[in-house]
Design a protein around this ligand. Structure first.
Ligand code: AP5
Ligand code: MG
Length: 198
């Protein structure tokens, strides 16, 4: 399979990856792909669905091999149904890679060219955003503060290490504490600069 060029939107739970990802995809040619969304779209009664729920409902990361397998299968499905063209499209990845091993596991499928990191100063901002979203979207992993804390621990212990796998020159930091419009503006502006120079 031909490697698909990709930009990565990175950051802790609730940092706004999905919010800005949807807006960027709506205003550019980037194709937003969130593994959290993909996982939540898998039938809970299926084997993969049961496996995913057993981890995600506790705020834990799904094991790397299963994650990479589902991700690759999903991408192949998009290509086979003409929803993704590896020759012309660029992906906006959200939620993967999420461990240093995942960086290696998905390397044959995607080529990460640029990384936006949404930074949030205080964990209290994250907890507040996610508890609030629980009331609107009813996501199980938002409902309980102890599960949110587990997600933050997973982020610090495993996910944050992903950044050390990429060249510093392709990493761009965005202040995720700003308003959604400002975060969008800053990310779009970083994307435009990136595009100009490639
Ligand atoms: P996933 O769905 O990716 O969850 P997450 O990383 O914890 O991130 P969220 O989706 O909760 O937050 P977000 O950064 O997208 O923020 P959002 O824009 O929604 O993953 C869920 C689970 O799936 C994982 O825990 C794991 O189990 C599993 N999983 C997924 N990928 C995996 C992988 N690769 N490997 C292993 N396991 C994997 O914003 C949050 C809220 O804040 C919203 O209500 C929004 O309206 C609000 N908001 C957004 N921006 C702002 C702003 N600037 N100001 C104020 N409010 C804002
Ligand atoms: Mg999200």
């Amino acid at each position: 399979m031909k490697k698909i060029p990709a930009l990565l939107i990175f950051g802790p739970p609730g940092s706004g990856k999905g919010t800005v990802g949807v807006k960027l995809a709506a205003t550019t040619k980037l194709k937003h792909l969130s593994t959290g969304d993909i996982f939540r779209g898998i039938a809970p009664s299926s084997e993969s669905g049961k496996l995913i729920a057993s981890y995600s409902s506790a705020g834990k990361l799904v094991p790397d091999s299963a994650t990479a397998q589902i991700f690759e299968r999903y991408i192949k499905g998009l290509i086979d149904t003409n929803k993704l063209n590896p020759d012309t499209d660029t992906l906006l990845l959200d939620g993967i890679p999420r461990t240093p091993d995942q960086v290696d596991l998905i390397q044959s499928v995607v080529d990460v060219k640029y990384v936006f990191v949404l930074e949030i100063k205080n964990d209290s901002t994250i907890v507040e955003r996610l508890l609030n979203r629980a009331k609107i979207e009813g996501r199980k992993d938002d409902a309980d503060e102890s599960i949110i804390k587990n997600r933050l621990i997973e982020y610090r212990d495993k996910t944050a290490l992903v950044l050390s796998k990429y060249d510093k020159n392709i990493i761009h930091y965005i202040d995720g504490d700003k308003t959604p419009d400002e975060v969008f503006l800053d990310t779009l502006s970083a994307f435009v600069s990136y595009n100009k120079n490639t």
